[in-house]
Design a protein around this ligand. Structure first.
Ligand code: IMP
Length: 413
């Protein structure tokens, strides 16, 4: 059976910390979508690791790590991450032969398209994610398993570049030198071939083990259910984790939704509770809200109950973790969005288009001194009221409350 950890907002909720907290309970940790657009930093025995592609189970010596078929893999990045470990994690890593590969031209296309979109740019991470998924859906993509036969792969790529000659010219992208490309692909093969396998079959053969599906990005960035087109190019929600791993729906045991005590977003697109004033700046400063992958300052604002309910329903969450509660320490008042208004009409659900939406807030009394608290009874009274207010309104048990970056700064209720 598999448990799933999924982000309920626009990413960066702190999924990594909860995964790290619970990963020791699992035999297999699986990534099922996204690529190296994801990112979190973990500290183990004083050493810092920046994980973008590797599942977090690499930090648990007993867990097997699976990069599932739904992930888009940039082999160069994967090899780099593997080599950053001073112990051999390759024996504990399987990569789906059905996972699609990001090649350098996907990254160039991503950047060129963003440039051409000008003020309508999505604000992607520039990692080639969208173009790689686009090729997958157009059935012209390259899968990791194709590294098994480089001659055949080179033939296929030569045809691909031929077909896209005009498009590459328009985007001012050079078609790679085929000898260099062959060398590159051979290097990927040498480094990764032992890890590439049919991971779906592996998961089916290990159904009796405890599995953790580790979500990347988050619900409101989902290609179908997010704030399109300002989204990522994969299905980030619970059902995407099944497609992206090959696990059947009935293998899903528990879904844990992760949200911050406030909201952030990187990149462009609607964000009803964004605070462009002092409060937003204070959240950014206190919460160190700068991207792990790109270093960009994150847009900051208040907790949005309408968005959270939508995300909880889409994912079928059994329990919720509220992260970074301590970042709200020191605010006299904290706002929570309890409804939307558009054209003087009140809306109590998350609509497909957010144009013209204005948040309806309630204000609660603030608190100080939640940082580092590990027991519910030790939380300041108003912080408890805040959590209880969220819980009542999202209708789901808030099991974890994070009060600091450290693994121990966590309340489990
Ligand atoms: P892409 O996934 O690089 O195509 O970027 C599409 C959108 O998703 C942009 O707004 C990115 O900022 C956002 N995004 C992608 N990955 C992450 C993530 O791991 N955390 C937060 N936002 C992300």
């Amino acid at each position: 059976m598999a448990d799933l950890i999924v982000g309920l907002q626009w990413g960066d909720e702190g999924k990594g910390k909860i995964v790290d907290l619970v990963a020791k309970n699992y035999d297999i940790v699986i990534r099922s979508q996204g690529g190296h657009n994801a990112g979190h930093t973990v500290v183990v025995d004083g050493k810092k690791y920046a994980l973008h592609l590797l599942p977090s189970g690499v930090l648990n010596p007993n867990a097997m790590n699976v990069i599932g078929n739904g992930v888009v893999v940039y082999p160069k990045q994967l090899i780099k991450e593997i080599n950053e470990f001073d112990h051999d994690i390759k024996k504990k890593l399987l990569v789906s032969d059905k996972a699609h590969m990001i090649l350098d031209h996907h990254i160039q296309i991503d950047k060129a398209r963003e440039r051409l979109r000008g003020k309508n740019a999505i604000g992607t991470t520039g990692r080639g994610i969208g173009p790689a998924y686009a090729d997958k859906i157009a059935r012209v993509g390259v899968r990791m398993g194709e590294l098994r036969n480089i001659d055949k792969l080179m033939e296929k790529l030569a045809h691909y570049y031929e077909m896209n000659k005009g498009y590459f010219e328009y985007l001012e992208i050079e078609i790679p030198d085929m000898n260099e490309l062959r060398k590159e692909l051979e290097f990927y093969k040498d480094e990764l071939i032992e890890n590439i396998t049919d991971t779906t079959k592996y998961l089916w053969d290990n159904m009796d083990k405890n599995m953790l599906l580790e979500g990347a990005q988050a619900t409101l960035l989902d290609i179908d259910h997010g704030t399109y087109p300002y989204v990522t190019s994969s299905n980030t929600i619970a059902s995407g984790a099944l497609t992206g791993s090959g696990l059947p729906p009935k293998a899903l045991n528990k879904v844990i939704g992760i949200a911050k005590a406030y909201t952030t977003r990187v990149g462009n697109g609607p964000f009803p509770t964004e605070d462009l004033g002092e409060a937003g700046d204070k959240i950014r400063e206190q919460g160190h809200e700068f991207g792990t992958t790109t270093g960009r300052p994150r847009r900051c604002g208040w907790f949005d109950i309408i968005a959270a309910r939508y995300a909880i329903t889409l994912n079928g969450c059994d329990e919720v973790a509220i992260m970074k509660l301590d970042v709200l320490d020191g605010f006299e008042k904290v706002k929570v969005c309890v409804g939307y208004e558009r054209d003087k009409e009140e809306i109590d659900y998350f609509p497909s288009e957010l144009d013209g939406i204005k948040p309806i807030y309630v204000e609660l009394d603030g608190w100080s001194g939640s940082a580092g608290v590990t027991k519910w009874e030790d939380l300041p009274e108003n912080a408890k009221k805040y959590i209880e207010f969220l819980e009542d309104n999202i209708g789901t048990h808030i099991k974890y409350i994070s009060t600091g970056a450290d693994r121990n700064s966590t309340i489990i209720r």
